[in-house]
Design a protein around this ligand. Structure first.
Ligand code: CA
Length: 361
């Protein structure tokens, strides 16, 4: 390079630096987002990455979100603590993982015999749910937003066919949270373990049965190879929401437009992830049935009925909690459920029943 072209290159370099300078002067921000999901986990892990990318893109890079999948920065079930202690600025997971901080958080993921996806969305957005959620998370200096929903989950994988309520006595079943308490009340021996450990436990016979999410995720983990009875409609997880949690002080310190981007991208992703499950669960279910010979079933009526009785007991225990905020959350949820289920049952369900029965296309 002769001296003249060197000067020209230098001039271009200087110009580029000058163009970049204003953005730097405004202070570009990078946030670390820890997640409870494996990298590229269908629906949920993919949704977490897309949420981060959309915030980065919508802000023109002023707020860049770097994703750390389960275990990369902290163990998955320490994701919320990582935001509380400042290791990360955001966490993507499910509120019911943090029941030990407040049992009220279960309501913001989903509860047995509780709200469907659409009903939960209505409670959080229009019927007081978000305000109570903010009150709960204010105790920890964080703020939560809905970030995705799996829709109604499936009942799970059972090595043997269930003949009725009697056949679940002592059944060794993997199912976490309030759903686990319901199955326990019904007579099952309930354990929890991470998604990645289920396959081997089913294969070795340590477990008789396990539920995880639904066809989209379950197919990926291969449970059909070790249990052939797939019970479809779950009554304990009727529409489970994921959340994104942010450090509230750092969130409130953002300019208004960046706050709006974090909030609105989370809301947009909630809808995106929900649609992903609606589109891909039936595709995966078709593969499970047609390519893998899975036997699909529905729970016998006496199990469904006993599940409702047990679910009512679990909810009544929360209603009687020593913690005023747990009682307040439960009351708000039940009041909203009474309202929204009237629409679901009088308008949606009769139509769905009629379509299933009469439309032959
Ligand atoms: Ca589940």
């Amino acid at each position: 390079m002769d001296r003249r072209s060197f000067i020209r290159a230098g001039a271009i370099g200087t110009a580029a630096t000058a163009l970049a300078a204003p953005a730097i002067a405004q202070g570009n921000i990078t946030w670390r987002m820890v997640t409870t999901w494996p990298k590229n986990f269908p629906g949920l892990g993919v949704g977490a990455q897309r949420l981060a990318d959309r915030i980065t893109a919508a802000s023109g890079g002023r707020l860049t979100v770097q994703v750390y999948s389960a275990g990369e920065l902290v163990p998955p079930l320490q994701s919320l603590d990582a935001v509380i202690d400042g290791t990360a600025e955001m966490s993507h997971g499910a509120a019911y993982y943090w029941q030990n901080k407040s049992p009220a958080l279960s309501f913001f993921t989903g509860v047995p015999y509780g709200m469907t996806t659409a009903e939960l969305t209505a409670w959080v957005r229009f019927l007081g749910g978000q305000e109570i959620w903010d009150e709960i998370y204010d105790q920890f200096g964080v703020q939560g937003f809905l970030s995705g929903n799996t829709g109604n989950q499936t009942g799970g994988w059972f090595r043997e066919e269930l003949t009725g309520l009697d056949s679940i006595k002592g059944l060794r079943f993997r199912t976490p949270g309030l759903g686990g308490r319901v199955w326990e009340k019904m007579g099952a021996t309930v354990t929890n373990m991470a998604g990645g450990e289920i396959f081997q436990a089913l294969q070795s016979g340590t477990l008789d049965a396990a539920e995880f999410v639904g066809p989209y995720n379950d197919l990926a983990l291969g449970f059909h190879q070790v249990a052939k009875n797939y019970y479809l409609s779950s009554f304990v997880e009727p529409g489970l929401a994921t959340e994104v949690v942010v450090d509230k002080a750092k969130y409130q310190a953002l300019p208004d437009d960046l706050q709006a981007i974090v909030r609105d991208v989370s809301q947009a992703e909630y809808d995106m992830v929900s649609a992903d499950f609606v589109a891909n669960d039936p595709r995966a279910l078709k593969t499970l049935i047609e390519d893998h010979g899975v036997q699909v079933r529905q729970f016998p009526d006496d199990i469904m009925q006993a599940g409702a009785v047990a679910a009512k007991e679990v909810i009544e225990e929360l209603q009687a909690s020593d913690d005023a905020l747990v009682r307040k959350t439960t009351e708000s949820y039940l009041e909203a459920l009474a309202l929204v289920r009237s629409r679901t049952e009088q308008i949606d369900m009769p139509f769905q029943a009629a379509r299933a029965k009469y439309l032959d296309l």
